[in-house]
Design a protein around this ligand. Structure first.
Ligand code: WQD
Length: 341
């Protein structure tokens, strides 16, 4: 019985594939390489020493998706397939709604057709919206007003999954709300390497440290809600996040059915300044930066109440901010080394 990973060649998907293989699971990856590279498939095999099936398939292509289900005995699906650049989603909402929402619906319809009802969804803390003074998010909170189409697609897919479960309680669904994933596998063979100018903080820091970009703009240092005025987030190591998916899958394997929601975060916020300073100190590299105006849509601070995942999944994030910085930089250095080979 295999676990299907749509988007499994991407940043979170590839790290989850490694953890599932290391745990002895059989996996199948499907990916259209819209935001990932074919060589990641071989890197996953190199890291784990394990083999697995791969299909170059887009979740919007129902016929190709059905072929994967026809040819394989699939027990569960962990869906990573989706565009995730906040800024791009504001400029191109229809691209995001079609790819993320229609893709998810076609995938779920195909699962239904083949009687596959265990589903883990890559959701996001962004579904909580702006909660004002409530900065520690807990799963019992109602979803809030999302501030961009990317976040809205996450919120809408959560609602779709609630409706699917309400219509048929045989479904077994886990919604995983990621906080801010950063870092890379310790091998340096896989990591986050977005195309073009990065939106997110850590990939930007990595490119500045590697002298691909001139300096980091720190968006605002006048947030009175934080210890040093820069924004604060619940950064978690991508390997910890990947292990959270294994725990969620094991929960679904144990339970016959249900709809479960979990925050995957450390529960400890760090500021942008702390992240930059830690990156420089841990890696003994310079990261030139300047303070600029706040970025539209940014919240000052938010972080996870991570007690539910601890209690129900026996999962807690273990890696430190130093680990996140060390592994991120190691990934860049490995890439440089491979370019030179
Ligand atoms: C973090 C902090 C910025 C870049 C978004 C999505 C979330 C998830 C992760 C995809 C903020 C500051 C950033 C820079 C900066 N999506 N920053 N200079 O906005 O918390 O979350 O990305 O996986 O769903 O909402 O992440 O990394 O963009 O920003 O100062 O060049 O870093 O202001 O305080 P964010 P981020």
């Amino acid at each position: 019985m295999a676990i299907l990973l749509p988007g499994g060649a991407g940043y979170i998907g590839s790290h989850t594939a490694v953890e599932l293989l290391n745990a002895g699971k059989e996996i199948i990856i499907i990916d259209n390489f819209s935001n990932s590279k074919p060589e990641v498939i071989d890197k996953i095999k190199q890291i784990t020493g394990k083999d697995f099936k791969f299909y170059e398939v887009d979740c919007l292509d129902r016929q190709s998706l059905e072929k994967v289900f026809e040819e394989n005995d699939i027990d569960a699906v962990i869906n990573f397939a989706g565009f995730k650049a906040v800024g791009e989603s504001v400029k191109e909402p229809l691209k995001y709604y079609h790819n993320n929402i229609t893709g998810a619906v076609v995938l779920l319809q195909t699962m239904q057709k083949y009687g596959v009802k265990k589903f883990v969804f890559s959701s996001s803390a962004t579904v909580y919206g702006d909660r004002g003074k409530e900065i520690k998010y807990v799963e019992t909170m109602k979803r809030g007003e999302t501030t961009n189409p990317y976040g809205t697609t996450k919120s809408m897919i959560e609602k779709i999954l609630e409706d699917v479960y309400f219509a048929d309680n045989d479904w077994d669904i886990a919604l995983l709300r990621y906080f801010n994933p950063v870092g890379a596998h310790e091998s340096g063979l896989i990591g986050e390497n977005p195309q073009g100018i990065p939106n997110n903080l850590m990939p930007y820091i990595m490119k500045v440290a590697n002298k691909e970009l001139d300096h980091l703009n720190i968006f605002g240092n006048d947030y009175k809600e934080t210890k040093d005025g820069t924004g604060a987030r619940d950064f978690l190591h991508v390997v910890d996040l990947a292990k959270g998916h294994l725990k969620a899958l094991e929960k679904l394997e144990k339970e016959k059915s249900g709809l479960y929601v979990y925050n995957l975060g450390t529960g400890t916020p760090y500021t942008v300044q702390e992240m930059v300073d830690t990156f420089k100190r841990t890696n003994n590299v310079d990261v030139p930066y300047e303070y600029v105006g706040r970025r539209a849509g940014d919240l000052p601070i938010f972080y996870a109440d991570s007690t539910k995942a601890k209690k129900e999944l026996d999962w807690t994030a273990e890696k430190t901010l130093e680990d996140m910085c060390k592994d991120s930089w190691n990934y860049i250095k490995q890439m440089e080394k491979n370019k030179g080979e």
